[in-house]
Structures are given as C-alpha cells and as structure tokens.
Design a binder for this molecule. Structure first.
Ligand code: 6PG
Length: 476
C-alpha cells in the first residue's frame, strides 16, 4: 500500500480533485466504476504526480496506506449510499470515508452514525469552486471527527485555495457540520446571483443600456467593495456575444433558472430552525417562478403593461443607487446565512466558529468576495454578534446605502420591474429595526379566533380576552 489518499468517482470534479492532490505531492489511488475513466485520467494527466490506478474497489482499498482515507465524489443521494455499502466491508476500524459531494447534511449525519458503528470515520465535506476550483484550489468545508481531521487537515489545507497564506479550509465541526455550511454557502450563492440578476435587470430597464454596456458597469463595480467572483463573471457573461446570431448571449438564453436542490434545502432547513433567510428564500422562489412558463404567459397576456415608463434622469446617480442597493441587499443575505449557520450549530451541537467559516469562503468558492474578510473580523471581534448587519463596517455600508436602496426598490415597483430580493431584503432590514411590529395584531387575532393567548408589554404572564363574552381579560 503506497497511496496516502484515494478518490473514487472520476467525473470532472473527482478527476480534478485527484489531479490537485497529485500535483501537491500526494500519492493518489484512483478508481471509477467504469475503468475507462481511470485509464483516461492516468493517460492524460499521469505526469502531473503519482497516481495508483485501480480497476476494482478491492484493489483501490488495498492500494491505500492505513488508516485509509477514501474520497467519494459521486452524485449525491443514492449513488453515494451505493458506494458506501460496497466500500464498508473492505475497510477496517479507523479508516476514513470522505464524501465530497453536495450531500444533504441530514444524510451525512445518518451515514456518519452508521459508519461509526463499524469503527469508521465518515467525513461529509463541502467542496466549492466548481471544476476549476477542484483542480486549482477549492474552498473545503470538512465535517466529521476531530480525529479524522488530524489526518485529513494537512492534506486538505494543502490542496485548498490560499488567501494571503491562509488555507480556505477549516474543520467546521462534527458529523454533518461541513455539509450544512456548504448548503448555506449555496443558499447565499442563490441570493447573490439573484441580486446580481436584479441589478442587471434594473440597469437594463432604467438606462435602456445593452448587456455589453452593463458588463462595463459590473467591471467597474468589481474594483470596489463589491469585488467578488460572481461580479467578475457577470461582466464576462454580459459581454459575451452569441456566435450564431451576433446577439448578446444573455438574450439567446432561455429565462428559466434551474436548480439542483441545495437552495431549496437551505430554505427548508431555515424554516425548521425558524431563521428568516428571506433573501435566500426569494432567490429560490424566483428561480421556481421563472420556470412556470404557462402562468407567466397567461399573466403577460392579462397584464400587458402594468408599469409606468421609466425615465432615469441622472444616469450616474442611478448606477450608484443600484450599486449601493446591491451591496446592502447582499449584506442582508450574508447576515441571514450566518444566522442560519449559528442556529444549525446550536441545534446540532456543532460549535461552529463563524469567523472561521468566513475564512473558508475567502477564496476558492463561488461566493468568494472581498468583504468576507470583514465578516471574519466582525465575528472574531464579537463572536456573539446579534446580526452581521450591526457590525461596524456593515452597519456603515448599509446606513450609507439606505436612501439608494429605497429609491431603487420604489423605482422598480413604479416601473413594474420585479426586484423580489432587493425588496425583500429592504423589508427585512426595516422589520429588524422597527420599534414595534404588527406582530402584536397577529397575536390579538390569534387570541380572538383561537384563544391562543398573548403576552403584555407591561406585566408578566399569558393573557386571554373573553372575546365572545364580556371582553374582559383573564389569565391565559
Ligand atoms: C459550488 C457550487 C456547486 C453547485 C452549483 C449548482 O460551490 O461549487 O455551489 O456546488 O452545484 O452551483 O447549483 P444549482 O444547480 O442548484 O444552481
């Protein structure tokens, strides 16, 4: 046995992860259900490092040093369970099984528990950065035991993206913590992309500008506070011209956003935990709405022209308004995502360090952005920060953006341009900072129709009004 780590599942992500490991000096056993892929990998990239190709899972396991470390990189769901079932009888106590797919954290918790009874470590690991990240340095979010991290940490930290000498990999916490954090990462990714898409749509409507012109605005934005991977590639996508038609690429793409499920999982989990991740939820629903072609067609016919003609007088000021609204809304999305992680951590006893989570996301991943540094600082300075929104840097950015934010949301509403994530983020902000919420009325209604009781502002206890009788107050 000579390999320090193995990868089974050599589709593009697995192949690139294996190459990344080999390029960093690790001897990597490689295996794929159909051996053709294994052969291709070694034929095409064998010179990048030391690969130990195996045609059977038994040979693959035999090639690994003990304790064995096996990365599974297959489609999340049933294929992962199938590989685990085949693998477990071949392994010995102390070996480590690492699932680098986009698994649901509940599946990871179940698998971790099951493998523990065999004396095996199961490490659900979030990996972000797409194909290129897997090859050149992804952001890595490992869960599982501290003992398994003692072996995996040095390997993962070496192959991860590095930002100013710090690897974008930290042991997130036990069992499903890594996959949970990856799930929220994807939720934020959905929100980020929806906000960017709304900003583009507003600029296009307000300025009557071409995608190529808007690409330049995004390029400019990418030199400031908004600097991020997604803003950078937005400029690239908007500037791209369709080779067949000569039209802007974005105009030949069907306006129906797909999803594989991680955004939906984030929202489902937040509902369970009672955390209002409204930006992520709007973004997820916006994708669903875009796919309802029949309803859209019917509504388009029923309401052909519902908005006022949009006239932007000061173009520069408008662009700056949209930029500030985008930044403020983006801060809301991250604030909500971090709230969600904190709640998950407490529910499942993961003890996740929020500052370290921000460190993992500084590079390599899809949501990497300049302001992740600020998030790290904010949570390092005050681990029990009530909301990222009130951390000094973010509070200042949001406060500076409020007038712009209101103008943009109001203009969009008047012109009939949908901006669900912008609007919902602004409402979230206003609700959080409100002196009094109409939740008081909801409590009154609940007490009226269902005797659900209410609490008073001036005395302790639960109360109920005898609505059907003399409307006197009684102790609930
Ligand atoms: C990443 C991405 C990736 C995800 C895609 C597709 O971090 O590298 O989050 O894991 O699979 O972004 O997600 P959707 O198909 O749901 O948009």
């Amino acid at each position: 046995a000579t390999a320090q780590i193995g990868v089974t599942g050599l589709a593009v992500m697995g192949r690139n992860l294996a190459r990344n490991l080999a390029r960093n000096g690790f001897t990597v056993a490689v295996h794929n259900r159909s051996p053709e892929r294994t052969r291709t990998l070694v034929a095409e990239h064998g010179d990048e490092g030391t690969f130990v190709p195996a045609e059977s899972l038994a040979d693959f396991v035999a090639a690994l040093e003990r304790p064995r470390a096996v990365i599974i990189m297959v489609k999340a769901g049933a294929p992962t369970d199938a590989v685990i079932d085949e693998l477990v009888p071949l392994l010995e106590a102390g070996d480590i099984v690492i699932d680098c797919g986009n698994a649901h954290f509940a599946d990871t918790r179940r698998r971790e528990e099951a493998l523990r009874t065999h004396g095996l470590h199961f490490v659900g690991t979030g990996v972000s950065g797409g194909e290129e990240g897997a090859l050149l340095g992804p952001s890595i979010m490992p869960g599982g035991s501290a003992e398994s991290y003692a072996k995996l940490g040095p390997i993962f930290e070496k192959i991860a993206a590095q930002v100013e000498g710090t690897p974008c990999c930290v042991h997130v916490g036990p069992d499903g913590a890594g996959h949970f954090v990856k799930m929220v990462h994807n939720g934020i990714e959905y929100a980020d992309m929806q906000l960017i898409a709304e900003a583009y749509d507003l600029l296009r409507a307000g300025l009557d500008a071409t995608p190529a012109e808007i690409a330049e605005i995004f390029r400019e934005w990418n030199t400031g506070e908004l600097e991020s991977f997604l803003i950078e590639i937005t400029a690239d996508v908007l500037a791209h011209t369709d080779a067949d038609t000569g039209k802007p690429f974005v105009d030949v793409v069907q306006d129906r956003a797909e999803q594989k499920g991680t955004g939906r999982w984030t929202v489902q989990s937040a509902l369970d935990l009672g955390i209002p991740i409204t930006g992520i939820a709007e973004a997820t629903f916006a994708r669903s709405l875009s796919g309802h072609a029949g309803q859209r067609e019917a509504a388009r016919r029923a309401f052909p022209d519902a908005g006022e003609k949009w006239q932007v007088s000061d173009r520069e000021a408008f662009v700056e308004d949209v930029r500030r609204a985008l930044l403020a809304s983006k801060i809301v999305a991250y604030a909500q995502g971090f709230d969600h992680i904190r709640a998950g951590s407490s529910e499942y006893d993961w003890n996740i360090d929020l500052g370290s989570t921000a460190t993992i996301w500084r590079g390599g991943c899809i949501i990497r952005a300049r302001f992740l540094d600020r998030i790290k600082q904010a949570y390092d300075q005050q681990p029990d920060l009530p909301s990222l929104l009130v951390a000094p840097y973010f509070a200042e950015a949001v406060a500076a953006g409020v007038p712009s934010w209101r103008r943009v949301v109001a203009d969009a509403a008047r012109a009939g341009v949908p901006a669900p994530a912008f609007g919902s983020s602004l409402s979230y902000f206003d609700a959080l900072r409100a002196d009094r919420l109409p939740a008081a009325l909801i409590q009154g209604l609940r007490d009226n129709f269902g005797a659900h009781t209410y609490q008073r502002v001036d005395r302790e206890g639960s109360f109920h009004i005898l609505w059907a009788a003399d409307r006197s107050e009684v102790a609930g």
